[in-house]
Design a protein around this ligand. Sequence first.
Ligand code: ACM
Ligand code: ZN
Length: 544
Amino acid sequence: MKKSLVLVNLFLIIFQLSAEVKPVSSIQIIPQPNKITVADGNFQLTKDTKILYKGGDAAKPIAEKLAAKLSRSTGFQYAVSTSVAGKTSIIFVLDKKQEANAEAYKVSVKPKQIMVSASSAQGLFYGLQTLRQLFPAVIESENSTPTAWAIPCVQIEDFPRYAYRGLHLDVSRHFFDKKFILKYIDMMAMYKYNTFHWHLTDDQGWRIEIKKYPLLTKKSAFRTECSGDTTGGFYTQEDVKEVVAYAAERFVTVIPEIEMPGHAVAVLAAYPELSCSGGPFTVANTWGVFHDVFCAGNDKTFEFLENVMTEIVPLFPSKYIHIGGDECKKTRWERCIKCQARMKTENLADEHKLQSYFINRMEKFLQSKGKQIIGWDEILEGGASKTATIMSWRGIKGGIEAAKAGNYVVMTPGTHCYFDHYQGVESEEPPAFPHNRFLPLQQVYTFNPTPKELNADEAKYILGGQANVWSEYIPTTNQAEYMLYPRALAMIECLWSKTENKNYEFFEQKVHTHYLRMENYGINFSKSADRESTKIKWQSIQKK
Ligand code: ACM
Ligand code: ZN
């Protein structure tokens, strides 16, 4: 072969190799980090890249998570170590001297070395999630190609805007099995959510084993549908322990919700003596707000709830227990001899004060067990104690009132956070069934958990926000995911990213690359960001 031809061939081979490892130029991370500085060059993962951890054993599981992921996607075997650097290395560093915020992290990508650093394992975990998103999406699939193994040089410094970043799931109206709950938590962790609000009890089903009250799982956990079919299910205490441990490994806190004094028909079906009328009742098989609630005048009600909480508390290491408190009709209390007698002996002016008595009594009990309560904003009616945390769902009014009074608040107004609402924009003829509420992706993205009505001191009481997935009209896991994604991606930018770093056009672009990631994780997402008609309609609504 002529010398010049050899040179041309050599050039072509080098060109092909370099073309193969060409990195993606855009950085498409959700939620948007605080600070990103892109530099020249890229880091190329090879089979010889070393994965290291430094600064303590707590960094090891994080490094191992990356090693396992990269081993699966490249087919190479990566092990982690504390010392042996390679020609290229990925290093996880626990550095106690860094940012005081335990959720903060830094990622530095240079041609020979990636360094993820943080002051805690949780920060490192978030750095790992960001690093995963720096790789092209196909890295998440098995046997990806070398083109997926290069990432651009970049410096990222990041920490969240809010400490509470929640997703809720109603498992009462429809039961979702443990496998789905674990997948739910996986996705939450990947997008840096840190709180799972598990709505375990409601009129249509009780979902957690309580050993002292076996009828709760024999009877209250199942209902007979209008069709005559029986549906339901529950988690054993062993299931719950597994979920809580799985979540903790991913830095997700699980808050259980045990509804009281309303939304209790499923309990009353098994234990009618805890009602005002004595029953009988069946587990509800229609949706709505029911008149029959726990009797607030009967000491047996408190004995029952305290015994339940005595089993709940050790299962959940969370600081909070959610006690519900929403939508409690007072009609039965108004006519109940025991409830009226309680109001007299406790000097309570009306039934709102009786609800307040109920919640405060349970709060004191939970405090004696080392827990704080969180409840829906109705617990403000009749007066909430200073130590109760409020979940503002009927708009933001309750949240504003609570923050001004010095109560901590999680914002979850229906206008932005109710993911059971449809994803389109209201059409001229909204469907009458099941409901006619709409919450497009773009509307979620405008959510700001801190209302302008609060001054800087009051704003400190806003812990963060949460999206809720009520499951009346969500019978399957596939549909639950469809309702959640991509809206959960919009929500997390509202909870993590600084307002000045949010940009809907760019977010929408990122959502498109995340479709591929979600596909790799087996998520049944909606393509709501793609609906031209939704966008046009939204723009015209905005102009009005
Ligand atoms: C609620 O949506 N009833 C809290
Ligand atoms: Zn009563």
